[in-house]
Design a protein around this ligand. Structure first.
Ligand SMILES: [Zn+2]
Length: 65
């Protein structure tokens, strides 16, 4: 029985590289901040990087009660 030994890279805070809508640039560790529902089609999603979340007091969508 062969077993692949892969290192478990489990991260507490998953980070994603993407577009930050607040400083209007690409950044590491962006989080989904808001989803603006639209009548038809897909909604508008806004993402913010960590520094912008601190400056603007943004709470990630997933972290809200
Ligand atoms: Zn930003």
């Amino acid at each position: 029985m062969s077993e692949s030994t892969q290192p478990a890279t489990v991260q507490n805070t998953p980070t994603a590289f993407g577009w930050c809508h607040w400083h209007e640039g690409h950044a590491d560790g962006v989080r989904l901040i808001d989803v603006i529902e639209q009548g038809s089609g897909s909604g508008i999603t806004t993402f913010a990087c960590e520094p912008c979340r601190g400056v603007h007091g943004l709470v990630p969508f997933a972290d809200r009660p």
